[in-house]
Write a protein that binds this ligand. Structure first.
Ligand code: PLP
Length: 398
């Protein structure tokens, strides 16, 4: 997945364009910037790549989620349904707006279970937020139907699935809004950065204003701009956008390398009895950033994960026991450890995550191993890795 592996002359050239003028800000200073508008250029190119009308670049993937929710009108007391397996950014962005995260089970896709989503809908539900974890997608068709039936927004977190598609559409472009992260370990990186895409003009205008203190961006005098809405500062800098512009030209190459390496690994372990793979919803194509498979039970999965580590096979993840990605590890959320006070209304509306039953998620997560696909592996390294994986798995499952 990581675009940082192929940082090179193209990124340096883009950054140098900005350094030569010294205009590190994305707005204003028209006369001094030597016609360099890196953030603007990224937005135009990315919208084209994703086949959507609008793209808003921001400072991180977490900022993208926050701005997307705010732009779509999600606020105090509104419930957003999200999966138990994701990144902490999902509930952080929701909570930041005074909205309420409602966590539900994942299924064998390792993403939102549509049945669990339907069961969690209340009169306060405003949005469903599937998270396309580890390179593959939620069952977007079913989720969209649910959204249409209940008049809800569909916001895709595609931070880990840039380049994947569903029914021929790029992930992130299927729902009402899509969010991406370009942090340092993502498919392409800006160093830090994120983006929101949408075809909805109103959401796009709101996002543009919200991420820059409510500025309307009309005219050429920033000081004279008006503020149609309250906003915040989630702007990206020109330096970060410049890195991303170079990385964007490498996206097709990255996806090709990922697919090639992924297929070698999968081919070598697929016939092992007891190994099954994550379900890819019909109509979906992964971005091949991770290979995800299930083992017969939790004990075998833990053993395998340990054995991979001991045998020098790096970049294998057992998310079930991971502090960032699974509800099990989120003690701070479960126990509402906050530096600020949390309103009584919010407290009353939040789930008690210490008592919610996530046994269905546990069933899938406890047996799952994810292998991060790297770009820098030589063909020889991939073959050797595949062979080692195969040997260890056969040894452990027997
Ligand atoms: C990385 C990531 C984010 C947040 O992105 P940052 O740029 O690190 O803030 C959100 N959701 C998912 C699924 C991610 O992997």
């Amino acid at each position: 997945m990581p675009g940082f592996e192929i940082f090179g002359a193209e990124e340096r050239k883009q950054v140098n364009d900005v350094l030569e003028t010294g205009i590190l800000m994305r707005y204003g200073f028209d006369g001094m910037r030597n016609s360099h508008w890196k953030a603007k250029e990224f937005e135009t190119t990315f919208a084209e790549t994703m086949g959507v009308a609008h793209c808003q670049l921001v400072s991180s993937g977490t900022a993208a989620l926050t701005v997307a929710l705010a732009a779509a009108g999600i606020g105090a007391g509104d419930e957003v349904i999200m999966p138990s397996f994701t990144f902490v950014a999902s509930f952080e962005s929701i909570l930041a707006l005074g909205a309420v995260p409602i966590l539900v089970d994942v299924d064998d896709t390792l993403t939102l279970d549509p049945k669990a989503v339907e069961a969690a809908i209340t009169s306060r539900t405003k949005c469903i937020m599937p998270v396309h974890m580890c390179g593959s997608m939620a069952d977007l068709k079913k989720l969209k139907q649910i959204c249409e039936t209940h008049n809800l927004l569909l916001l895709e977190d595609a931070c880990q699935a840039l380049g994947g598609t569903f029914e021929g559409k790029p992930l992130g472009s299927y729902g009402d809004l899509g969010c991406f992260s370009f942090d340092f370990v993502k498919t392409i990186t800006c160093g830090e950065g994120g983006a929101i895409i949408t075809d909805n003009k109103k959401f796009a205008i709101n996002a543009d204003q919200y991420q820059d203190h409510g500025h309307d961006h009309v005219g050429k005098d920033r000081g004279a701009e008006s503020h149609p809405i309250l906003g915040y500062n989630y702007r990206i800098s020109e330096l970060n956008a410049a890195v991303g512009l170079a990385q964007l030209t490498k996206l097709d190459g990255i996806l090709g390398t990922q697919k090639k390496n992924y297929e070698v690994l999968k081919e070598n372990i697929k016939s092992i009895e007891g190994v099954t793979f994550r379900r890819i919803p019909e109509g979906g194509v992964e971005n091949y950033s991770f290979l995800n498979f299930f083992l017969p039970n939790q004990e075998v999965a833990e053993k395998a994960h340990k054995a991979f580590g001991e045998n020098g096979i790096d970049s294998c993840f057992y998310w079930f026991k991971n502090n960032w990605h699974y509800v099990n590890g989120w003690g701070h959320l479960k126990n509402l450890k906050s530096s600020q006070s949390i309103s009584t209304e919010m407290k009353a509306q939040l789930q008690d995550l210490n008592t919610v039953d996530f046994s269905q998620s546990d069933f899938w997560m406890g047996r799952n191993i994810s292998i991060l696909i790297k770009l820098g592996w030589s063909d020889e390294e991939v073959s050797k890795r595949a062979e080692n994986l195969r040997k260890i798995l056969i040894e452990i499952i027997k």
